[in-house]
Design a protein around this ligand. Structure first.
Ligand SMILES: Nc1ncnc2c1ncn2[C@@H]1O[C@H](COP(=O)(O)OP(=O)(O)OP(=O)(O)O)[C@@H](O)[C@H]1O
Length: 774
């Protein structure tokens, strides 16, 4: 589901920031003056303890969290004979190699060997957790071209960046907060040559920045509701397709635009707590384009891009300086789109983490020095990490909750009416004649009325289903009384196979490549392997995408699968990655990563799990699945059967999405394998994918089977079958008796009307039952 703000935006548009009544603090503001910066490290007090990751919003002012990340010397730099001119002296200090007097102190300094996960834990995790509590957050990477910003923010398959880690963490937090329910939306934009483009909507070009009483927003930006990490990452992947990237002499794939990925998080207490506050926050994850020095050899378009990039970064520097010099009355936010969009964050509303990326290379001493000075200035920007609350009537999540509740009531009433109609009285023959006449006369009218009724019910069901799915809840049963209560042992994030498919699986060319052993095979195996025709699968997927997974399901004939074994199969596979169960990912991920041959590597490493820890794998959908398959005995009421049917249907759709993703991966791997027939690892991975696809298809068949079986086995189902048969018998009698009884006058209008109504009701019930079967 997506929404696009038009001339009037929703109350929670990107970059909106709300004032709060509870200013907090979690990071101590350390006095760092320019003079102290140039003294030796011994003059630094060790006040800079690790950044507390989970301090709740308090009342004290904080400073922007500023960290510095070194990347290793690149091949190119080594070839040029570069040496390290700057180095990380301990965890908090950057020191100049040639003049040890020149040193800077930060909240944390990461050496070249530091993993992005560690950077995330120290520099971003507290911002993400704050956002889950209703505190706006901004994390951005700043540095010269080729210093490692994109590596830090987006990362690679083996080493996911801050953005994928944050997205995954957000879902982890949801899992750990069973007392609350969440609604997540994302938007993704770039600022290219001072023009704002919507990366989630290619037609959204040159968007305008607006401001109203509640903050700054981008007019017309598309926001997509996200249901899983895979879904969110697939949106980023599709957004990356549109981002401007080009090459310069430092970086073959240099970002030519600043990008801002925004996650809008709404949450409220679970259930229908009228009057309960809703918290709303925005998490901005920003990958800036790198400043370019005169050493960057660019011509034509690249030069123009470079000057726009430099100008906006210069404005950012000026804004930061003015914010911190203590005397400026005017802050020139409006001098660039970037600073205008960052205005809320920089002016102190919400947590901000600045990660400055630097190269140690001696040839870039000056550029690195400038970055360090910028970082130092930024340290003095004051912020207030306060919690946002929004009024109930402005909350989208509350609106959905209310709508769901109303729709459920409506549906219950409809269902209740249907159940009562089961006890129909058989009409007499005379009545039947009259009824037939009436029916013939009004057949078309009745038909259309019935169809309307059907559509109404289907729409109602669909709406409830859609709205319910948008609201994310933990699958845990224990309810924590307070959402701010932090779980002490929150599990770490890990990624499913397909989630990071959009990221390159090795470092970009032109820089250090320490990913020895990455699969670079480019050879293909042809179309059909082991009975799985890839082209067919891909075509199949495309067709399904057009008509929807449900349509696909309907077209497929169920096969006879023994229920007992299938149930077991299901249960054993129900713990699969929820991320890959994303409904939306089936719409997005499929072919996106195949289009960009440069930025996104086509090779996949199924075994390359980037970490050992496990993320809570079971989502709402995962549990739904287990519940649906595990329910051998369906409950006796019609309403529960409908719910059950919806569960089955949803599961089928989700598995179909997974099949589509797996098929995409399989196709990609096969293309590589064709170019490298000797690569046994590839073959092994291909086989794994095929097995998984086969397994998932099997699961779908089992669900189909159970779906149909459920209705027929249920008492409700059998009543309807009987009713259907009775009605068909009546229709036969009608035909036989009509002729001999037609002389009788049809003057008993009241009776006719009654019978007609009964007949309509019966037909309606049967129709409804048929919808179930479909
Ligand atoms: N910490 C790191 N460890 C290993 N390699 C890194 C690291 N940081 C960056 N790199 C590598 O350096 C190269 C340039 O990095 P990246 O593209 O992230 O730079 P950038 O700052 O985003 O550049 P630009 O501003 O031009 O877009 C890439 O090949 C990347 O893989």
């Amino acid at each position: 589901m997506s929404s696009s703000s038009g001339t009037r935006r929703s109350s929670s548009s990107p970059f909106r920031s709300r004032k709060t009544s509870l200013p907090p603090a979690h990071i101590s503001s350390r006095p760092v003056t320019p003079s102290s910066l140039s003294s030796s490290s011994s003059t630094f007090s060790k006040q800079s303890a690790p950044i507390p990751p989970n301090t709740p919003p308090g009342k004290t002012k904080e400073n922007v969290t500023v960290t510095v990340r070194f990347r290793p010397l690149s091949d190119r730099e080594i070839r040029k004979g570069d040496e390290a001119a700057w180095y990380a002296d301990g965890d908090y200090t950057v020191r100049n190699e040639l003049n040890s007097e020149i040193a800077y102190k930060f909240d944390r300094v990461f050496g070249p060997a530091t993993t992005t996960r560690h950077v995330y834990d120290v520099a971003a995790q507290h911002v993400v957790s704050g956002a889950m509590e209703g505190v706006n957050g901004t994390v951005f990477a700043y540095g010269v071209t080729s210093s490692g910003k994109t590596h830090t923010m987006h990362g690679e398959q083996k080493s996911p960046g801050i953005i994928p880690l944050a997205v995954k963490d957000v879902f982890g937090f949801i899992q750990e907060m069973p007392a609350r329910e969440f609604l997540l939306r994302v938007s993704y934009l770039e600022i290219y040559n001072e023009v704002i483009n919507d990366l989630l909507n290619p037609t959204g070009q040159n968007l305008r920045i607006r401001e109203d009483a509640q903050g700054i927003y981008v007019e017309g930006i598309k926001e997509e509701v996200v249901l899983s990490p895979a879904h969110a990452l697939s949106l980023i992947a599709s957004g990356e397709e549109h981002r401007h990237v080009g090459s310069n002499n430092f970086n073959l794939l240099s970002s030519r635009s600043h990008t801002i990925f925004t996650l809008t998080i709404e949450s409220s207490l679970r259930g229908e707590n009228e009057g309960e506050d809703v918290t709303l926050s925005q998490l901005h994850l920003i990958d800036l384009a790198g400043s370019e020095s005169s050493k960057t050899e660019t011509t034509g378009l690249r030069r123009k891009e470079g000057s726009y990039i430099n100008k906006s970064l210069l404005t950012l520097g000026t804004v930061i300086s003015k914010l911190t010099d203590g005397k400026s009355t005017h802050i020139p936010y409006r001098d660039s789109k970037l600073t205008r969009l960052l205005q809320s964050s920089l002016s102190g509303r919400g947590r901000v983490s600045l990660i400055c990326t630097v190269t140690p290379a001696s040839s870039n001493t000056e550029e690195t020095h400038n970055t360090l000075k910028f970082a130092q200035r930024s340290k003095h920007v004051e912020i207030k990490a306060s919690q946002n609350k929004i009024l109930d009537d402005k909350s989208l999540i509350k609106k959905y909750q209310r709508e769901i509740s109303n729709l459920k009531q409506e549906l219950e009433q409809l269902k209740h009416g249907m159940m009562e109609k089961e006890n129909l009285v058989a009409p007499s023959q005379e009545d039947l004649v009259n009824l037939k006449l009436q029916l013939e006369a009004g057949q078309i009218k009745l038909q259309s009325r019935l169809e309307e009724e059907e559509q109404e019910k289907a729409a109602l069901m669909g709406r409830i289903q859609r709205l319910t799915k948008l609201i994310l809840v933990s699958t845990k049963t224990t309810i924590q009384p307070n959402m701010l209560e932090k779980p002490s042992h929150r599990r770490r994030h890990s990624f499913g196979e397909d989630e990071l498919a959009y990221l390159p699986d090795r470092k970009r060319e032109g820089m250090i490549d320490d990913d020895a052993g990455s699969i670079d095979s480019e050879i293909s195996v042809g179309g059909r392997t082991d009975g799985l025709n890839l082209d067919e699968l891909v075509r199949d997927y495309k067709r399904n995408r057009r008509r929807g997974m449900l349509g696909w399901f309907k077209l497929k004939k169920p096969e006879n699968v023994p229920l007992s074994s299938s149930s077991a199969d299901y249960e054993s596979s129900a713990s699969g990655s929820p991320a890959s169960s994303s409904k939306s990912s089936q719409h997005r991920v499929m072919f996106s990563d195949m289009k960009d041959a440069q930025r996104k590597s086509i090779s996949r490493k199924v075994d390359d799990a980037p970490h050992a820890d496990s993320f809570p794998e079971r989502t709402q959908a995962g549990d739904l699945f287990g519940a649906a398959v595990g329910a051998r005995h369906l409950p006796p009421t019609g309403s529960t059967i409908m719910d059950q049917m919806e569960l089955f249907r949803e599961q089928i759709k989700m598995i179909a999405g997974e099949v589509a993703l797996l098929t995409s991966s399989l196709k990609r791997l096969s293309e590589q394998a064709a170019k490298n027939p000797g690569d046994s690892k590839l073959q092994e991975n291909i086989q794994k994918l095929k097995d998984e696809i086969r397994e998932k298809k099997h699961q779908m068949r089992v669900l189909e089977q159970r779906m149909i079986g459920s209705v027929e086995l249920s008492p409700y189902g059998s009543n309807i079958v009987e009713m259907s048969q009775a009605l068909s018998r009546l229709a036969t009698q009608l035909n036989e008796k009509t002729f001999e009884l037609e002389i009788k006058s049809a003057d008993n209008r009241v009776l006719q009307e009654q019978l007609r109504a009964k007949c309509i009701e019966s037909l309606s019930v049967i129709r409804h039952w048929r919808i179930f079967r479909c």
